[in-house]
Design a protein around this ligand. Structure first.
Ligand code: IPE
Ligand code: IPE
Ligand code: MG
Length: 260
């Protein structure tokens, strides 16, 4: 482990859930969600796709509220992928506007509820106004100790790994030692959070779509056909119940896990 990494470890910056086995009877400490199916939800109702995105924001509000009530510590939501720029310009700009409006409208409420907001993703393509709004929202909520709500926007798992590798190499330029996992993790954008315990994808697709590639290594996956705008409290509960029926082994045998 390099000096830089040791220092970050000492600060308690990150941890790897692959080292210890969390108790699945407890609520997941970190839930990561790919909120998919907004477009199809709208199409089914003969509405424009953007109507689905609008409705999707309401569901975000409900899920955040629920996680805060349950005292879940980390909720990470995939809002816009690095590949979503490939969508029609009209939809992209609507999504950016929606994001901006939601931030402006909700940040005070998040703050009142002791929620810390963090945005991960490449901000370089966002408007100056949006970047300023993001920075102000993060600054306002940075000392909150309740739920940490992470929004992944213009995020890609490969982008994250590459930016982390570049920073790691720069920080360790004097070291001739081979790098270890712990050298990389402090530079990943989610260095402040443990790895997700539960991954949920709505909308029926069974893929990661370039979300948290590194961090999902040992996460429990839950896929549902429910479209994101229909993801209600009972859908959320079903995902958590499914998680609580899993046996997390992290490479060990079932006997080893049940005997500890
Ligand atoms: C997810 O819903 C929201 C974003 C990607 C921004 P989609 O817009 O992907 O909805 P579908 O998959 O087309 O139904
Ligand atoms: C993934 O959804 C990204 C978000 C939910 C923000 P997509 O609907 O864009 O995923 P693919 O491209 O169909 O895999
Ligand atoms: Mg989709």
């Amino acid at each position: 482990m390099s000096i830089t990494t040791k220092r970050l470890f000492a600060k308690g910056f990150f941890s790897s859930s692959t080292k210890t086995i969390p108790d699945v009877n407890q609520l997941p400490n970190h839930i990561a969600i790919i909120m998919d199916g907004n477009g199809r939800w709208a199409r089914k109702r003969f509405l424009p796709r953007i109507a689905g995105h609008k409705r999707g924001v309401e569901v975000v509000r409900d899920v955040v509220k629920k996680c805060a009530q349950l005292d879940i510590k980390f909720l990470t939501l995939f809002a816009f992928s690095s590949e979503n720029w490939r969508r029609p310009e009209e939809e992209v700009s609507f999504l950016m506007g929606l994001f901006m409006d939601a931030l402006k409208r909700e940040v005070v409420k998040l703050h009142e509820n002791n929620i810390r907001l963090i945005l991960i993703g490449d901000r370089s393509r966002f408007s100056t106004e949006l970047v300023q709004q993001i920075e102000a929202s993060e600054a306002l909520t940075q000392d909150n100790t309740g739920l940490t709500l992470t929004i992944a926007a213009n995020y890609g798992g490969r982008w994250d790994l590459l930016q982390a590798m570049n920073k790691m190499i720069k920080a360790n330029s004097q070291s001739a030692q081979a790098f270890e996992e712990e050298d990389l993790t402090p530079f990943l954008t989610m260095h402040y959070a443990p790895e997700p315990d539960l991954f949920i994808r709505t909308g029926g697709e069974k893929r990661i779509s370039n979300f948290l590639l590194w961090q999902l290594a040992y996460t429990e996956f839950y896929f549902t056909d429910t479209l994101w705008p229909d993801f209600d409290e009972s859908s959320f509960d079903q995902a958590v119940i499914s998680y609580q029926q899993r046996e997390r082994r992290f490479g060990r045998t079932s006997e080893q896990v049940t005997n500890t």
